[in-house]
Every structure is written in C-alpha cells, then in structure tokens.
Design a protein around this ligand. Structure first.
Ligand code: MN
Ligand code: MN
Ligand code: MN
Length: 277
C-alpha cells in the first residue's frame, strides 16, 4: 500500500467528531504518513495531534482553516505549516472564536423563540473551542428535532431559516497575511465548492495569489475529474501549488474519507515540496 497524505482534516476542536489522537489513529489505519490538522479557526488540537503523530511515526503539519470574507461571501483559507504558538495567529483565532460563540448564542436564541430547547442546544453546541452551525445541527438531531444534518440545515440553520444569523468574517487579505506571518503557506480551500461563476473564481484566485497565497486545493476527496481539471488549470494560470486532502470530519460521512482522493496532475507543483521539512 503506498504512503498517503492528507492536508485537510478536522477534529472535535472544531466541527469534527474525533479527538486529535483518535484522528491520528484513524490516519495510521489508513496508511496516512503525512497529516495536517486544519480545524476551523482554532489551533487547539495541534499539540495533541503533533504528540500522537510523533508516537506513531507520522509526519505532522500544524494547520488551520480560517474563514474570511471576499465580496460578501464566506471563503475558507487553509494555513499549512503555521507555528501554532505564534501570538498574532492565536489572537486572530481567539477573536474569531469569540464571534463564533456569539453567533451560535444568537442562533440558539432564535431557535428557542421557535420553540426549541435552548439549554439542550447550548450544552451541545458551545462546548467546542470553535463552535459551528454543524454543532447545532448535531444537537438538533440528537434531541430528535431533525432526522439528519442536512435536514437540520434545511429546516433551521441555513440562510432564510428560523435559526439563521449572518456571520461576519475578517477580510481575505487579512487572513492570508496572518497565515504568512505565522510562517505558514496559505491554500485556498475547496475552490470548486463556492457558488461562484468561472469569472468570479478566476478573480478570487487572482486576488488570493496577489495577497500572498501559495496554493489551491486541487484534489479533494469526492471531487469530480471535471472540477479537478478546472482547479488545476487555475493553479497553473496563477503559478500556485496544489494541495490535497479529504476535508474529513467524521467516520460516519463516507464521502469525505481520510486519506482518499485522486492524485495531483503531473503539471501541478505539490504544496508538500514547499513545506519546511
Ligand atoms: Mn467543517
Ligand atoms: Mn471549508
Ligand atoms: Mn474543512
């Protein structure tokens, strides 16, 4: 079995379900030899993941997935190889997590007004360092208020639904700069998933590259070959490296399998060649 890598994963420090140590254990089972932990807006899992990787002989890349605003849209930027103790990045994450907490709190207020049990939702959704709507969705499922995560978003949590509160994120150049200042490489996450036209995606990629971005997620688990080709040509056009990963959140979501995705096209420079050893 060939050695595998995965540069986009989540633990229970954000909206994943596994502890950092359990994530590393699963990575080992899947023959992953190079692993980045990229929780949403928090570095809190990096120490435990690093420790577990060292014990298992897996190379660990400290990472983070930062949310940002670009032209009124929510865009995700991965930071790879960041120093998880860098004070500027830690302060950024702390401020964003505080806003996340306020947002989830406000959403719980709306859900309570719609007749749902606030205390039960708060207990489940506000325990992670980086609370997300997915935490609310899981709490709604566990409490029997929704049959699935998708339905929870559809009925309660997405824009225009009773529990929705808009998020405010830092601007894209600010986020790229934070990652670079912490010694990391900035990677535009899942470019194929944004509801953008081809022209808008090219503009976004150009601005990301000008802001100091290093790479695009060219191959992600579950991505079709057509999208892979489209993102690969964007990467080539802007001189960006290619990153790969699963965006793994939980073992029960088989469409985001840890360590499984198509290999990078030959013409794409792998971002791993630019990471510090
Ligand atoms: Mn997530
Ligand atoms: Mn994302
Ligand atoms: Mn992710």
């Amino acid at each position: 079995m060939p050695d595998r890598i995965d540069l986009h994963t989540h633990s229970h420090c954000s909206d994943g379900t596994l502890s950092p140590a359990a994530l590393v254990e699963l990575a080992v089972q899947r023959q992953v030899r190079l692993l980045a932990l990229t929780d949403h807006d928090t570095l809190q899992g990096c120490a435990a993941a690093s420790h577990a990787c060292a014990a298992q002989g897996v190379r660990f890349v400290p990472g983070v997935e930062l949310s940002c605003d670009w032209q009124g849209r929510e865009i995700h930027i991965i930071g790879l190889g960041v120093d998880p103790t860098e004070t500027g990045l830690l302060a950024h994450c702390a401020a964003v997590c505080e806003q996340r907490r306020e947002r989830v709190h406000a959403m719980i207020g709306r859900l309570a007004a719609a007749g749902l049990p606030a205390a039960e939702l708060a207990a489940a959704a506000l325990e992670a360092p980086a609370p997300t709507r997915t935490h609310l969705a899981r709490a709604l499922c566990r409490g029997g208020h929704s049959g699935s995560l998708e339905l929870a978003f559809e009925r309660w949590l997405k824009r225009g639904r009773p529990g929705y509160v808009a998020a405010r994120w830092p601007a894209l150049p600010v986020v790229v700069e934070r990652i670079c200042a912490a010694g990391g490489l900035a990677v535009l996450a899942h470019p194929h998933r944004y509801p953008l036209s081809g022209g808008q995606l090219r503009t976004l990629t150009g601005e990301f590259a000008s802001a100091g971005g290093s790479g695009l997620e060219v191959s992600l688990a579950g991505m079709g070959l057509k999208d892979l080709g489209r993102v690969a040509s964007l990467a080539r056009h802007h001189g960006l490296a290619g990153s790969v990963g699963s965006d793994f959140h939980e073992p029960d979501l088989p469409w985001r399998p840890l360590g499984r995705f198509d290999k990078l096209p030959d013409q794409i420079v792998p971002i791993t060649s630019r990471l510090q050893p």
